[in-house]
Ligand binder design. Structure first.
Ligand code: AKB
Length: 317
């Protein structure tokens, strides 16, 4: 019987992934954990307060619940990490190493860990960035993700830990807010547009970044975890792609639905982070190995985001 522990379950990805995993495996089979208090949506099943740097507590939880798989999502995102460099490095790298060591020592069946397009840097080819290419990240978040990718591959090859990973692009969803990323603007913009407020964007209008609707990100994660291990040729982290757009383009997509919506631009330190990341990603290896393909383009995503947020915020259309 699969028993799944999700760390960082209160985060943007964790919230949606935990709900989906409980739909698939059953509420009691998925233990949500976070350093933060449980959200209402996570109270359908077990919840444990957990600091992933506390290895003893992590080990106790895995043993007490007979956990077979860990989805290790607890981390600091790019913009926040630049403000707390030492802590970001410690949380992002030691947190994963704690999980990988326990996966090895307690013989866990599988581990999922998210990497990011932040592993790429200013020397990386920006368009259709290949699976294997120059990385050279220049943010603490990117450096930590790249180091962790290497650890994942190392633990797979050396200790047979079945750890699987995706390089998430910016993720856009309506069920949970992102916290501290460079791509967060692409979520905030929908909230402002629906509240009838102008949006001040912290990136330049023509800053292209790879993005993905959360439905697709959750699908990619589950599909990768359900894939036959022998089909997976990438054991550091898979490129996955869906949409690439700029702030000006997403504003235009929103204006199709809300013509009065107004955007202004006030770039800050996050512009430099965004400038070091690719415009678009080549995900052909993921397509080939486990049949990855996204369902949402910019228009479909914008429509769905607005419809769902309208309902949640009880705003008439
Ligand atoms: C961030 O902006 O930090 C994240 C990411 C691209 O990993 N959304």
């Amino acid at each position: 019987m699969d028993k799944i522990l999700v760390t960082g379950a209160c985060g943007q990805v964790g919230t949606e992934l935990t709900v989906k995993l409980r739909e698939i495996y059953g509420d009691q089979q998925v233990i949500a954990s976070d350093i933060a208090d449980p959200k209402e949506v996570l109270q359908q099943g077990p919840f444990e307060e957990l600091d992933v740097l506390d290895m003893d507590h992590l080990e106790d939880l895995i043993q007490d619940y007979d956990v077979t798989q860990v989805y290790h999502l607890a981390a600091l995102l790019s913009a926040k990490a630049e403000q707390q460099v030492d802590f970001a490095w410690k949380l992002n790298t030691q947190g994963l190493l704690n999980v990988l060591n326990l996966a090895r020592d307690l013989d866990l069946e599988k581990v999922y860990w998210p990497s990011s397009i932040a592993v790429f840097g200013p020397d990386t080819p920006v368009d259709q960035t290949p699976q294997v290419t120059i990385t050279n990240p220049n943010t603490v978040y990117g450096i930590s993700k790249l180091a962790c990718e290497r650890w994942c591959e190392y633990y797979y090859r050396k200790f047979d830990v079945d750890v699987r990973s995706l390089r998430y692009p910016g993720l856009i969803g309506y069920k949970a807010m992102p916290g501290g990323g460079t791509t967060d603007y692409a979520v905030d913009i929908f909230h402002k547009a629906l509240e009838g407020e102008p949006f001040e964007c912290f990136l330049e209008p023509d800053t292209y970044l790879p993005m993905m609707y959360m439905e697709d990100a959750v699908k990619a994660t589950i599909d990768l975890m359900h894939a036959e291990g022998e089909n997976l040729s990438v054991r550091d982290s898979y490129n996955v792609a869906a949409i690439s757009f700029s702030p000006a383009e997403i504003a235009a997509a929103i204006q199709n639905e809300i013509p009065d919506f107004n955007i202004t631009y006030q770039p800050d330190y996050r512009q430099e982070i965004a400038d070091s990341w690719p415009n678009s990603i080549d995900d052909s290896q993921a397509r080939q190995d486990w049949n990855w393909s996204p369902n949402y383009d910019l228009q479909a995503m914008s429509k769905d985001m607005l419809a769902n947020l309208r309902e949640l915020k009880e705003i008439p259309s």
